[in-house]
Design a protein around this ligand. Structure first.
Ligand code: ATP
Ligand code: MG
Length: 566
């Protein structure tokens, strides 16, 4: 999963140390860096996903650890794809994750004037030129990985002509794509990023923040490192695909009068099984209606995970345990689930909920009577206390907990068999009542009043304990059961990732029955329905009909994989 490292974060045996921490530690110790400044630079063209969470935890985490600062900077250099909605969602998600960037969100667009001046500086020093080649010609001139490129005929344009054309590009005199500004580096470089990369393109587009001021926009490569330098970023941490851009990053810093000299370091992206992680693909899932929105609980977005009931603490823990490596890898989804379970196990109050109800009539329980039994709210947290659950003549149990003709290994309720009802009594099934179609509609059972609290005075044993609710007291709820959105571990490896969409990723159970206390669950709060899993009350809830999303079942497949040595 991560590089094998014996070294760990102090005091956290399950959190591997990583090379970024080592680098920062050395820079601080050696005095090369006084204040550690990092940044998280999302492009506001979609919602943040759990891959971004890894980057956020690293950038904010390092700043926190070394007493520095982490900037939130919107990389808003591409006005055609960016929206205010995304900017707001990004801020909300980072806050939810538990990080704070000192209140002021920064924008690459705030630096457009400085960037422009620096572009003129490159022109004046003979290190940039205006190119009139068409995009197709530019591609042809660029060469390939094995062949060097060719110089553009415009490469030798005099400085004055370049300046004039660049100023007219700014003034909006030319059509989109008519010209570009390119750095003059080396068309024969082995690194294609160094073959006179484009610094500015003409885009007569309205920008959400700068309006119609600009007709040219800087490329990622020109905006990114220079924004880092303006902000005094000491360690610019980005993902591996930018490693080939580092020479350009450094070239620009060297050739511009920047106020500081940031250094870029690359780490591996987070990939997860059964998940697609690119914003483009996630947007496609939303736009094509495969999910209900960016915050659909099946999405790997932070808003989706939140709605699913994943606590932010679990995501931070996950990010830390996954570590920061220099080589790409894919993390098992079950490892994320394991981190979530570990957290929820400590904090989620327990309730009884019957998701697929089957009625039980206790024929020897007096009609019209009820009693209240004491139930433990959280066995992992004594301070969570206890609550009372009502018991009466008519109950619901889980349909799957009964079989008329059970196979050998089925130990739950069956005709003639006795089981324990959680926090209550032993219950024995005597009769099965069916409708005309032969469907089981209810069970007639008897209970043993001597077994209150769950044990028989005569010492007889039962093999199963079932959850249940009192029919007359239970509330009704809608429960959404979720499974992976994709059927394949690596949807992106399948050609068309959409072809691997799981048709059964959502099952709606609209007749679930909940013990009274569970009906009061606050929207967004996590609960455990005993034996069924962790759930989270959804914003679609109504007081009389709450909606719960399955966060995850209780079975930990990750621990099983580990135990097998997998
Ligand atoms: P995507 O490919 O999902 O569209 P992106 O890299 O284009 O992501 P940005 O908004 O540019 O998205 O990313 C902001 C920051 O988050 C960048 O520093 C990027 O390296 C980092 N990041 C994006 N995806 C991941 C990931 N899967 N794992 C770790 N960091 C990521
Ligand atoms: Mg990007």
């Amino acid at each position: 999963m991560t590089d094998a490292v014996a070294d760990t974060e102090a005091g956290h045996p399950d959190r591997p140390n990583h090379f970024v921490r080592d680098i920062i530690r050395a820079d601080v110790a050696g005095g090369q860096v006084n204040t550690v400044v990092t940044r998280f630079p999302p492009e506001p063209n979609g919602y943040l996903h759990i891959g971004h969470a890894k980057s956020i935890c690293l950038n904010f985490g390092m700043a926190e650890e070394f007493g520095g600062q982490c900037n939130l900077r919107m990389d808003d250099t591409n006005p055609t794809k960016e929206e205010e909605e995304y900017i707001e969602a990004i801020q909300r998600d980072i806050n939810w994750l538990g990080f704070d960037w000192g209140g002021k969100t920064l924008f690459a667009s705030d630096y457009f004037e400085t960037l422009y001046q620096w572009a003129e500086h490159l022109i004046e020093t003979g290190k940039a030129y205006v190119d009139d080649l068409s995009p197709e010609e530019m591609r042809a001139y660029r060469g390939t990985l094995t062949e060097p490129g060719k110089d553009s005929p415009y490469r030798t344009r005099p400085v004055a002509e370049n300046l004039d054309l660049f100023r007219r590009m700014r003034a909006g005199e030319f059509a989109d794509g008519a010209r570009v500004l390119r750095a003059k580096i080396d068309m024969a470089s082995g690194n294609i990023n160094m073959r006179d990369p484009v610094l500015y393109r003409i885009l007569n587009a309205h920008h959400p923040r700068t309006g119609d001021t600009w007709h040219i926009y800087p490329t990622y490569d020109f905006a990114h490192g220079q924004s880092d330098a303006i902000e005094g970023v000491s360690h610019s941490l980005c993902t591996l695909e930018f490693a080939d851009h580092r020479p350009l990053y450094n070239w620009l810093i060297e050739n511009l009068p920047t106020p500081s000299t940031p250094v870029q370091y690359e780490f591996a992206r987070l990939n997860l099984t059964y998940t697609v992680m690119s914003k483009r693909r996630l947007k496609q899932l939303v736009d094509d209606g495969h999910v209900s929105g960016w915050d659909d609980p099946r999405m790997p977005t932070m808003s989706g995970l939140r709605r699913r009931g994943v606590p932010p603490e679990a995501i931070r823990d996950f990010a830390q345990r996954v570590g920061v490596a220099r080589a790409d890898s894919t993390v098992e989804y079950s490892f994320l689930e394991s981190c979530v379970r570990e957290r929820l196990n400590k904090v989620a109050p327990r309730y009884m909920a019957v998701l697929r109800p089957l009625k039980v009539v206790i024929t020897n329980y007096p009609e019209g009577e009820e009693e209240w039994l004491e139930a433990v709210n959280n066995p992992e947290d004594e301070s969570a206390g206890t609550r009372s659950v009502p018991f009466s003549r008519e109950l619901y149990i889980e349909r799957d907990d009964f079989m008329e003709d059970p196979p050998k290994k089925f130990f739950r309720l069956a005709p003639g068999r006795e089981v324990r009802l959680r926090y209550a009594f032993f219950l024995k099934c005597n009769d099965v009542v069916k409708d005309e179609a032969g469907e089981i509609v209810e069970l007639h059972c008897t209970y043993d009043p001597e077994t209150r609290g769950g044990n028989a005075p005569d010492g007889r044993k039962v093999k199963a304990t079932l959850h249940w609710v009192s029919a007359g007291h239970a509330g009704r709820a809608i429960v959404r059961m979720y499974d992976h959105l994709f059927t394949k571990e690596a949807p992106d490896a399948e050609g068309d990732f959409l072809s691997t969409i799981n048709p059964d990723s959502l099952t709606v159970l609209d007749d679930a029955r909940l013990e009274p206390e569970a009906m009061k669950a606050v929207v967004g709060s996590a609960v455990q329905f005993e034996r069924m899993g962790y759930f989270c009350a959804d914003p679609d809830s109504r007081p009389d009909r709450p909606v719960f999303n399955l966060t995850m079942t209780l079975k930990d497949t990750w621990k099983k994989i580990q135990a097998k040595g997998g």
